[in-house]
Design a protein around this ligand. Sequence first.
Ligand code: ADP
Length: 353
Amino acid sequence: MAADRSIDTLTPRQVALVAAAFVGILVGMLAIVLVLRLDAAISVWWCLLLAAVAFGAAYLVVMVALERFINARIRLLFRMVHDLKTDRGGSAPVVDMSTDVLGQVQATVEDWAQEKRTEITELREREQFRREFIGNLSHELKTPIFNIQGYILTLLEGGLEDPKVNRDFLERAARGTDRLTKIVEDMDLIAKLESGVMEMTLEPTDLSDLVNDELADASRHAKEKGIILRSEITEPLMVQCDPGRMAQLFMNLLNNAINYGRPGGSVVVRAFTVEGGQVLVEVSDNGIGIAPEHLPRLFERFYRVGKSRARNEGGSGLGLAIVKHIIDAHGQSITVRSTEGEGTVFAFTLKRA
Ligand code: ADP
């Protein structure tokens, strides 16, 4: 937003007219005084003519001087701002001497300064975001790396020969590398989603089939935790989505529902057709739930409810950020509602095919 531009500046033409009028009146009065004093035989009409000539000459001189001044300074300034704004060279805009040139310069400079201020704020925010992101990433990588290092060192320092620990430590180190791989893969996916390299190929897809496939893939994990998985989408339901990315989204939501579910609990996937040719999909669990203060930040990268709880489960902290990106790329929206100790529901929309 440009600041108030209503400053009282005269146009160059008005300045020239005022100056010329001043000179004209002065010359006319001088001529009349001279006529009276010297008793010269010149009529008043000659004095008026002299004043008019002086007025015209002064007007021309002031206009030429002002034009030269404006061309030399203000047009240069105009051109500089114009070039900086458009990021390219070119001819300066024409300065119209009958307009408020200084007011225009002020407005242009103010506009330009406002643009620069916005740009600087954006750059600062991005820089802050980048710093936080790198900090979070190195923090996430540190835990599995130190764990792996610890197990390998213990094995090298004699553990290898001890049948009671060697297999156990190797398995733990392997879990550490799995965790590292997951973080790197998720990072790669987020980077691709954000840069737009990964384009969505939306196609009519049967949601019921897709959900059943994902439930089958997650069944071993659920069994280990004593959790029952169920889909209530019993009829074919065609939606417009990228099936690969949608599978990834269900995998992340189901993994979370299982990880933060309760033994003997259940995870259910439902779908409802809603107005506007849309489908509302819900993935719900009756697990530990999430306190309300965490809900607004849940989809941020690396955001964790309990600092230790997720790390123990081996998550990358990027699962929900990826889910949000996928939903955004489909032009849809996702929400979460949860009650601590009772369970969580993730609900998102999809377009009906
Ligand atoms: P993570 O890899 O840590 O699971 P996510 O981005 O998938 O990362 O999830 C972020 C955080 O949200 C998790 O650390 C967990 O605390 C919380 N969360 C996600 N899903 C659920 C759920 N279904 N029930 C309870 N808490 C959840």
